[in-house]
Design a protein around this ligand. Structure first.
Ligand code: NAX
Ligand code: K
Length: 512
């Protein structure tokens, strides 16, 4: 999905209104309805019944989106109230029209037009389940000032106990640079209109944006095609995944049609990592999954996972690689001399597609060229520490310029590189780069990477090319993480929960 700057977005809105004949009021209706839907989905996923929200509206159209969202949420039986920084009578255009409709629907409005009003409101306010930030959007000029700045400080003070959803852009952030010149909202979730704004995806903005969802407000596709997008970066959007997943399955399908996978790793004490990758591969639709673990780890691993075929790694090195479509090497592999030799042997002999993960990346420290993804399609999945090993630098150097690191790794290894971490990047050897913005900090838990690796192997086994498999795998993994967090909470969600949520994440893309 294309990433745009705020000037391009304004031009797209203008064309839609003036050339496609969609009224500004209708666009705002779609925007606010999209916000309400995301909030309602969050309620349902969390298994919550009655919900309350406080929406903060600034003086422009971003506040208008909040007025619509408040009205729609009220229609969904939410308890809502709106705090506005501007007197009701001062709003104009479509925002005024939607304010009237909101008031007609019985949504209470508090006009907090002086600093003292905010002090008073803050002192006396009841806690709510969700705070929605409609203070400043793409019309922001410079650092947040005046009442919007006061309101931003209120939101950030509530953050420890209350979820914060930002409309379009976290207020106070510059939508083009991602810079917060003054105070800016720290959101759990940003729901942006039509297309992601460039500033939301700048590395320095990640702490403010949180998870990023895009709402379709019906900008004609031809206008989007003609618009200038961000150079050299795309966003992994839901429709990008829908166009590649699920791959078509013939009715007469057999398990061999969906990939024969060989997973190698799982040393003593770490066999759980490979078992999790195997389970994730099965949930991800793999046909046949075979695990190879060191002989000493075999008994424990086999007992742990009866649904997987598990064998000891072969004596003498005959792995039968020609029998498999996909090789995954790394989860729980360990760093013994034996495993180092295995990595070199398997990479040199492989014929099918490969996923190289975890300890297998360690073995290749300083020499990503040895992966040689130009010989057989390959995906590598380093976290910043592993990326640093591969490139022979410090993890801080990687984080300093994640885009450059991901590109260098893809270029030198010839593989598609998934650089994990908040705002996971997917780089292709030719320089193409995509950023994923779902998932949550709850996924920073042991085994989360093993689940991703297994899912990737499954997608590759079903015939997706490495670029599509990487983008789809990262998105679906993040979505499963968000579903797990909705159910278990970010603190308690574990890697097995991620595997359990894979079916729900996948079902969003297929009715079957
Ligand atoms: N047709 C459109 O343009 C659409 C716009 N939409 C929404 O409208 C937003 C853009 O609306 P606007 O252009 O009205 O602008 P905003 O609502 O982003 O902000 C403008 C208001 O904020 C004040 N302001 C600007 N910079 C400030 C600062 N640094 N400190 C304090 N106050 C400041 C301005 O005086 C004005 O009252 C988008 O982000 C989106 O949420 C959506 O409704 C979809 C359609
Ligand atoms: K906002």
């Amino acid at each position: 999905m294309k990433i745009v700057n705020t000037a391009t977005m304004k031009e797209l809105d203008r064309r839609t209104i003036e050339e496609a004949g969609v009224s500004g009021e209708e666009l705002m209706e779609r925007a606010g309805t999209g916000i309400a839907r995301v909030a309602e989905e969050w309620r349902i996923l969390g298994g919550l019944s009655a919900m309350s929200a406080r929406l903060l509206a600034g003086g422009g159209n971003n506040g208008g989106d909040a007025f619509v969202a408040a009205r729609v949420l009220r229609g969904m039986d939410w308890e809502v109230e709106v705090w506005a920084t501007r007197p009701a009578g001062d709003y104009g255009g479509e925002t005024a029209a939607h304010l009237r409709r909101m008031l007609d629907a019985g949504v209470p409005l508090r006009e907090l037009t002086r600093e003292e009003d905010w002090d008073e409101a803050e002192r006396t306010a009841e806690p709510v389940d969700l705070l929605i930030d409609g203070l400043l959007g793409t019309g922001t000029k410079g650092a947040a000032r005046g009442l919007p700045a006061r309101a931003i400080r209120y939101l950030n003070a509530q953050r420890r106990t209350t979820m914060v959803l930002a409309i379009d852009i976290p207020s106070g952030m510059n939508g083009d640079t991602g810079e917060a010149e003054g105070v800016a909202v720290v959101a759990d979730l940003t729901v942006t209109m039509a297309l992601p704004k460039a500033g939301l995806l700048r590395p320095r903005a990640a702490a403010h944006t949180g998870r990023l969802d895009v709402v379709d407000i019906g900008i004609p596709a031809s206008y989007v095609d003609e618009a200038a997008g961000e150079e050299g970066l795309e966003f992994v959007g839901r429709e990008d995944i829908a166009s590649v997943f699920p791959p078509p399955r013939p009715r007469a399908a057999q398990k061999g049609d969906f990939g024969k996978l060989l997973l190698v790793g799982g040393a003593v004490g770490m066999s759980g990592a490979l078992v999790m990758a195997g389970r994730a591969a099965l949930r991800g639709g793999a046909g046949l999954v075979t695990l190879r673990v060191p002989p000493e780890a075999y008994t424990a691993a086999a007992a742990a996972a009866p649904e997987l075929m598990i064998h000891p790694s072969p004596e003498g090195g005959d792995w039968g690689l020609g029998l498999y479509d996909v090789l995954l090497i790394g989860p729980g592999l360990g760093r013994s001399e034996e495993s180092r030799l295995q990595v070199h042997h398997l990479l040199a002999e492989r014929t099918g597609t490969a996923v190289v993960d975890a300890d297998a990346l360690h073995v290749l420290a300083g020499e990503p060229e040895r992966i040689d993804g130009t010989r057989a399609a390959t995906v590598i999945t380093p976290h910043p520490g592993e990326a640093a090993k591969l490139l022979g630098c410090a993890p801080a150097d990687i984080q300093q310029d994640r885009r450059a690191a991901a590109r260098e790794l893809a270029g030198r290894s010839g593989a598609v590189c998934i650089l994990k971490g908040a705002g996971t990047l997917i780089a292709r050897p030719d320089g193409a780069l995509a950023v994923n913005m779902n998932g949550n900090p709850g996924m920073a838990t042991g085994g989360s990477g093993d689940v991703l690796a297994g899912l990737l192997a499954a997608l590759l086994g079903q015939g997706l090319d490495p670029w599509d498999a990487a983008r789809a795998g990262v998105f679906l993994h993040g979505r499963a993480g968000d579903l797990a967090a909705a159910g278990q909470g970010e603190i308690s969600a574990t890697a097995p929960d991620l595997i359990e949520e894979l079916p729900a994440a996948l079902r969003e893309f297929t009715p079957r």
